[in-house]
Design a protein around this ligand. Structure first.
Ligand code: GCW
Length: 673
């Protein structure tokens, strides 16, 4: 029998959560994802010893097609309108409930919903419909095949080594991968890219030499309704094919991609497609051949098109060899400047994958203007679940509120479409749009290093499925599933986690200016760490003020990339949201913000308050730690101690730096060094 989280924490899929389901007779029809449901039911019964209890009723799991064929017209007639691919309905009948869907993936999602919502959903007296808000719900692994490269086993991974690869090959024991697929499917993820977007020589060969292993991984994912993707090297025709060029317009290059892709589909008929990072941070791309990114993306799209595959082409393209003395170049502008002129030139199976902000997953950024700019191109918004700039999974930082804010932002201004509508492809009919996120898991027993960081993976999946879910609702779901029945723990963790993103923002880089982290690791404070580097991530603090002038009038002009009213709102310091004040403006320390506080006093206040909030978190946690299993609580306690140390270090370095620069003392006379 397959293992069920044999070597790891089951996260939110604790077998006891299935009790209400297992108390009932479960009848599953079908042999695709339905077979997975049947097997998981058997596994859960074996693990829990729970058998159907007389009088509790039965749960029938079957597609609409199946029900129709069996003559269950009454049930089919009561399926609410609006069922779509991957979605499900739960319809009460005389014997209990029927979980139904157009396809077997939908059955799988319904099955996990019955574990998530238990008795409440199983006893519904009205038919319930739940369909995904985004067609594409993708996770990107940044996993490397070897651990000895500069970025280790998982680039920006904070939870141990890759669960997919070791020593240059796909791991032999794939039970952990199956458990991961189960976790992802349980929150509705339907696509997974299997390797780092920085494709090194080993991973490049996943496409060719390791294809049998990839097919095996794709087979596991298929059982869970997840399509496999590979990140590919744009220069693969040279690297793997021995060609002299990777020029997207060269016929032999196109032929190589076609042949190679045909072979992939022969091995994996439902392969998802490619993810590409090109002309970005030393990755090869079309620029080397004097071509643009539409030429590059369409090359791969043409190879994938006959098979129904897609290219996720990343827009994280900027000059990472900037001269810090050059004030005319602004990294924030780069994605829009590169890709907006190409809108309309991409093939139908190209999806532009745009990071949520114009810079790089900072704790606070405005929404990328490219998301609202593109009108004739599929868009997927990229989020980062791994906590690269948000505390390396040593700090508690529940990111769902940040993502929800991005998804809600009415970036197109007057036509009102929020990012979530754009990502869902509802504006301008873009059928393969959606959301992607960089994974935060590794082979750590808890999957995510910090046990509480599991909430971010859970939350991303839930928001990808339903981008209108409230962050607190998602948090409550996660708490209930992860710490079943522990009300006091829920109350404490709710307080600790709900506002933890804003707390993190308070004690780190102020007012949207970003970075101020140690170069390379991106952990811990170093105010000038990136100030004189080539990365384009500056704060420009001097004795008079701080911030980046991105206005059209006097700065880099970035504010002008937005639709109205945002262009004017950001341009004008009196209307620019306070939390983005230094992202858009270089302000004197004595400038009065919209909050009534001066810039310098705001910096002091938020940093002192941020640390006080972490102190309160620690105290709150200490009150309930004994109610949680020791292996989890020790891990949380250890990491919280580090969070507190680090937050104090941030506070002290930031306040001291700005006091020394400005000479302005703290109005409240607190200790600055
Ligand atoms: O945030 C930066 C990271 C890189 C990463 C890059 C990207 C995979 O520091 O490690 O590379 O973004 O998104 O491509």
């Amino acid at each position: 029998m397959d293992p069920y989280f044999a070597t790891s924490d089951p996260c939110w899929l604790r077998p006891e959560n299935a009790r209400a389901l297992l108390d009932r007779e479960v009848v599953v029809r079908g042999d695709g994802c339905a077979a997975t449901v049947r097997r998981d039911v058997d596994l859960l019964r074996a693990l829990t010893g729970l058998a159907p209890v007389a009088g509790r009723g039965r749960v029938l799991v079957a597609t609409v097609g199946d029900l129709t064929a069996e003559g269950d017209d009454d049930v089919v007639g009561r399926v609410p309108e609006g069922l779509t691919a991957d979605g499900y309905a739960v319809v009460p009948d005389d014997e209990g409930v029927v979980v139904t869907a157009l396809d077997e993936r939908g059955l799988l999602h319904g099955f996990y919903a019955l574990q998530r919502h238990g008795e409440q959903l199983l006893t519904t007296d009205v038919p319930v419909l739940d369909v995904p808000g985004n067609p594409v719900r993708m996770i990107n692994q940044w996993d490397n095949m070897r651990a000895d490269g500069p970025m280790g086993s998982v680039e920006r991974g904070y939870a141990g080594r890759s669960i997919f690869y070791a020593d240059g090959r796909v791991v032999a024991d794939r039970s952990r991968i199956r458990d991961y697929a189960r976790l992802l499917a349980s929150v509705g993820i339907n696509a997974l890219s299997l390797n780092n977007v920085n494709v090194h020589a080993d991973e490049s060969r996943l496409l060719t030499e390791h294809l049998a292993d990839v097919a095996d991984l794709a087979g596991i994912l298929r059982e869970y309704g997840i399509a496999a993707y590979l990140s590919v090297n744009f220069a693969a025709p040279i690297e793997l094919g021995g060609l002299a060029t990777a020029d997207p317009l060269a016929p032999d290059v196109a032929a190589w991609w076609r042949r190679t892709t045909d072979a992939v589909y022969e091995a994996i008929p439902d392969f998802g497609g490619y993810v590409v990072k090109a002309d970005s941070e030393n990755r090869p791309g079309p620029f080397s051949y004097g071509r643009d990114h539409a030429d590059g993306a369409n090359l791969l799209a043409a190879a994938l098109e006959p098979h129904g595959g897609r290219v996720f082409w990343r827009c994280f393209v900027y000059d990472h060899q900037q001269d810090w003395r050059d004030r005319s170049t602004d990294r924030a502008r780069a994605a829009y400047d590169h890709f907006m002129p190409l809108d309309g030139r991409f093939a139908d199976n190209v999806v532009l994958q745009v990071k949520m902000g114009p810079m790089d997953f900072q704790v606070r950024e405005p929404v990328s203007p490219l998301i609202g700019g593109l009108e004739r191109t599929n868009v997927a918004v990229e989020f980062q679940v791994t906590q690269e700039y948000t505390g390396h999974q040593k700090h508690v930082c529940y990111l769902v509120p940040q993502w929800r804010e991005v998804l809600d932002f009415p970036t197109r201004g007057d036509d009102g479409a929020p990012v979530r509508e754009i990502a869902a492809g509802r504006t301008f009919a873009r059928p393969v749009s959606g959301v992607c996120a960089v994974s935060n898991v590794g082979d750590d027993r808890t999957w995510t290093g910090h046990p509480l960081a599991q909430a971010n993976l859970y939350g991303f999946g839930r928001l990808a499925w339903d981008p209108t879910l409230a962050p607190d609702v998602v948090l409550d779901e996660w708490l209930a599933l992860t710490f079943p029945g522990a009300d006091e723990v829920h109350a404490a963790l709710r307080e600790i986690m709900a506002g933890s993103w804003l707390t993190y923002e308070r004690y780190t880089a102020p007012l949207g200016v970003g970075w101020m982290v140690n170069p390379g690791s991106h952990y811990g404070p170093s105010v000038d760490g990136y100030e004189y580097t080539a990365w384009g991530t500056y704060h420009f603090a001097d004795r008079d003020g701080v911030g980046v002038d991105r206005t059209v009038a006097t700065g880099t002009g970035f504010a002008g990339q937005y639709h109205e009213p945002w262009a004017s709102t950001y341009e004008d310091v009196t209307t620019c949201p306070t939390e983005l004040a230094l992202f858009f403006h270089h302000l004197p320390y004595d400038h009065t913000l919209r909050t009534g506080s001066t810039v310098i006093q705001h910096i002091y206040d938020t940093h002192f308050v941020g640390v006080e909030e972490v102190e309160a978190m620690v105290t709150r946690w200490q009150g309930v730690a004994h109610l949680v299993a020791a292996e989890v609580s020790d891990e949380v306690s250890r990491r919280m101690a580090e969070q507190l140390r680090s937050a104090r270090e941030w506070r002290d370095q930031i306040t001291t730096y700005f006091w020394r620069k400005s000479g302005v003392p703290d109005a409240h006379g607190r200790a600055i060094h």
